[in-house]
Design a protein around this ligand. Structure first.
Ligand code: DC
Length: 243
């Protein structure tokens, strides 16, 4: 059976890898895996089930069993729309915390690998190239200066607050002090959070965020999303030509 191609895109929070990976997938007609959303959903599922974030075995069991579905850009748990919870800042924080737990990571591995379906997959996360799809045909480590990442994330938060239809309930509730502050204050808070998240995601002992030895680095600090997408697609064409 022919091997289904995978493009693995790893990188730190707010590096733009989600947007880039989605557009690369669209352009190539490939499936898309947002692995961060699976960790985020595992945190939400645990909260709904009343499981303590310190109970690793119970978290792993809950993560393995959760009835998770991605539909029309939304996230459903047992048919219930949990998109706002999953996408909130708190959802990201909880995900980063529980993602340090080896049993949970193991419990979510096969679920991620099942996304590998013809004609191909673009997978975005922290350990796509190192752990989940080590045989990916193209591995990209997408990064950007932390100040630029903070600026992008702060702009996203501001936009979410402005957009009437944005899933903003939780963001407002949990980060009200941040959201309602002047932009500079938001930026400083986001920067501090990103530095902390980078540290936790990179320092954990299991599947830390790190560049695979055979990954190509794409620094998007000065690139638009389209330019980054072009670069990844060119690399993919080049990788295909070699086979
Ligand atoms: O990409 P994201 O911000 O949605 O991810 C949320 C958290 O989930 C991130 O801080 C670390 C964790 N994560 C992980 O450990 N491994 C992945 N492959 C994806 C996300």
């Amino acid at each position: 059976m022919p091997v289904v191609p995978v493009i693995a895109i790893d990188g730190p929070s707010a590096s733009g890898k989600g947007a880039v990976a989605q557009r690369v997938a669209q352009r190539l007609g490939f499936h898309y895996l947002d692995s961060g959303a699976i960790y985020r959903a595992a945190g939400v599922a645990a909260r709904i089930a009343g499981i303590s974030l310190d109970d690793e075995a119970a978290l792993a069991g809950c993560g393995a069993a959760m009835d998770l579905e991605f539909r029309d850009g939304g996230v459903l748990l047992a048919g219930r729309d949990v998109t706002a919870d999953v996408r909130s800042e708190e959802g990201g924080r909880t995900a980063s915390r529980i993602a340090t737990l080896p049993l949970l990571r193991a419990a979510l591995l096969a679920r991620q690998q099942r996304f590998r379906q013809a004609p191909g997959l673009v997978a975005d996360g922290r350990d796509m190239a190192t752990v989940v799809f080590p045989d990916a045909g193209l591995k990209v480590f997408l990064t950007a200066d932390v100040a630029e990442r903070a600026r992008r994330r702060a702009l996203q938060l501001a936009a979410a607050q402005d957009a009437a239809d944005a899933p903003k309930g939780l963001i407002e509730k949990e980060n009200s002090a941040i959201i309602r502050a002047p932009f500079d204050t938001v930026l400083a808070a986001v920067l501090a959070e990103l530095v902390e998240r980078d540290e936790r995601d990179s320092a954990r002992s299991v599947a830390p965020l790190k560049r695979a030895a055979d990954a190509r680095v794409l620094d998007t600090t000065a690139l638009s999303i389209d330019e980054a997408v072009d670069a990844v697609c060119l690399w993919y064409q080049g990788a295909q030509a070699q086979h």
